[in-house]
Design a protein around this ligand. Structure first.
Ligand code: AMP
Ligand code: ZN
Length: 489
């Protein structure tokens, strides 16, 4: 079976063939670097890391572009409020570029812990102001935008009235769009509430500003992605991805901008990764319903009973399909940890399996099954379910119920290494995971000794263990289900 990808624009899985094989162009909306990335953001980037890795496994030469949003993303989707980066810079008395640098480095560090591959190009919005001005000029020239008081807006109504499909991606019809938009309170500049900013004239207090033919100002948020995808991937490219929450307005606006500037559709496959939830609600910076990756690695949070390694989190995420929502909870992470350890021990056992003259296990069949799952719109949970079934067969090899020849075993070992490490991006042995595993083991011994001391009413010893650990930044917490710990970073 060839690769099929669910295309958000048609609502169907479609056969994937690149525009210019063997090359694939993929653009994914990157983070707005004004704050720490939370685990939900990380999930979206891990979802697209799987896509990137699997396309490469299939032999495609992928140019993966993921941007850094460092200007233009206002607090409110309706082009209102302060720029998120400027606001942070003002609150912390820093230069906007200091904020950008700090959180970009933080983002890279976290994504490296999750073993996501860096994109081929990581362009930033502030590095492409000239190109953004050029695209606005093209849209103005084609008649799909208007200038008011130094700002330029996309004329959505005119665009829709001319028969273009604004709303197609998010599945909203025009009436719905109009009724869902607030009246133009205080933003009379726009002809219509649906219009969105391509260029905004900067207010005197606004610190991030550039000269343009219209005013000193800054680009609208949606524009950067249209500009940078076109610049690095061409006017029409294979895959555009992002989180589900970006479908509207961000991607709808991106699509309109590209079509308005170039007169043709820009994207073949639109892919949307679903949300990570916490207590059933979307993880989000603005509502504060978040868990930061670092808080989970260290165990310093009030939600989970213990620390979890980056690889257990990655495995947990891959056990859900990228188009399904995923709720994070202690039980779910504990189960993922068990599953991850089970897979790891199967892979560790594999070289020691005794071989036979004939194979009763068909390695080709398992390869076809696992690839079949991934070809089915990157169905990683199904691929992992097959890996678990295969683990059972491998266990049966130990008792001789299932046999394998030396050649088949060699093939199986190499195939499983490629699938688990190169495609799923799992690391079974990394300094960080090993160290945190060893530390966890040592702390469990100390917790056990302290429990013993308490049972013996040896309060001096139990207090000594607790206090000396606390002095090293390791806090023990006694709860109804036993003792857990947190480690300060
Ligand atoms: P932002 O930094 O807010 O621009 O978001 C960066 C990426 O994270 C975007 O693709 C969002 O769609 C995605 N994202 C935000 N919240 C979540 C979440 N709870 N689960 C999964 N992805 C998310
Ligand atoms: Zn974008």
């Amino acid at each position: 079976m060839a690769l099929q990808i669910y295309n958000s624009i048609t609502g169907q899985k479609e056969d994937f063939t690149p525009i210019k094989p063997p090359f694939v162009g993929m653009y994914v909306c990157g983070p707005t670097v004004y704050n720490h990335v939370h685990l939900g953001n990380a999930r979206t980037f891990i979802s697209f890391d799987l896509v990137y890795r699997y396309l490469q496994y299939l032999g495609y030469k992928v140019r993966y572009v993921r941007n850094i949003t460092d200007v233009g993303h206002l607090e409110n989707d309706a082009d209102e409020g302060e720029d998120k980066i400027s606001k942070r810079a003002r609150l912390e008395s820093l230069e906007p570029m200091e904020i950008v640098q700090q959180y970009t480095v933080g983002f890279h560090n976290i994504m490296a812990k999750f073993n996501t591959l860096p994109p081929s190009i990581e362009p930033s919005a502030t590095g492409h102001i000239v190109e953004q001005i050029q695209m606005i000029q093209a849209i103005l020239k084609n008649g799909w935008a208007y200038e008011v008081n130094g700002s330029v807006y996309f004329d959505v109504k005119k665009y829709i009235d001319a028969g273009h499909s604004y709303g197609k991606l998010s599945g909203r019809n025009v009436d719905e769009l109009y009724s869902g938009t607030r009246a133009l309170d205080g933003q009379q500049e726009k002809r219509n509430p649906l219009d969105f900013a391509l260029w905004k004239k900067a207010l005197p207090q606004h610190i991030m500003r550039w000269p343009s033919p219209w005013s000193e100002g800054f680009p609208g948020w949606h524009l950067e992605c249209s500009v940078m995808s076109t610049k690095y991937l061409g006017e029409c490219f294979d895959i555009h991805g992002g989180g589900m929450d970006l479908k509207f307005p961000h991607h709808e606006c991106e699509m309109a901008q590209c079509e308005a500037a170039h007169g043709s559709e820009s994207v073949r496959f639109w892919m949307h990764a679903n949300m990570l939830t916490l207590n059933g609600k979307r993880m989000s910076k603005s509502t504060g319903n978040t868990l930061l990756p670092q808080e989970i690695f260290s165990g310093e949070n009030d939600i989970l009973s213990k620390a979890f390694t980056p690889m257990v989190l990655r495995f947990f995420m891959l056990q859900a399909h990228y188009r399904s929502t995923l709720d994070i909870s202690d039980d779910a992470l504990l189960a993922a940890e068990k599953g991850f350890d089970r897979l790891k021990s199967t892979l560790t056992d594999l070289p020691n399996i005794a071989t036979a003259k004939t194979s009763t296990l068909s390695v080709d069949e398992w390869k076809t099954k696992i690839e079949g799952a991934l070809n089915d719109d990157f169905n990683s949970p199904m691929a992992i379910a097959h890996l678990f079934d295969l683990s059972k067969e491998i266990n049966r090899m130990k008792t001789g119920e299932v046999t394998i020849t030396p050649e088949d075993l060699k093939f199986l070992q190499s195939f499983l290494k490629t699938i688990t490490e190169d495609v799923l991006g799992l690391q079974f042995s990394s300094a960080e995971n090993d160290q945190s595993g060893a530390l966890d083991g040592a702390l469990q011994v100390l917790i056990e000794l302290r429990n013993q001391a308490r049972a013996d009413k040896n309060w001096g010893m139990s207090d000594q263990i607790r206090d000396q650990l606390a002095a090293k930044g390791i806090m023990l917490k006694d709860g109804k289900d036993g003792t857990t710990y947190t480690i300060s970073a």
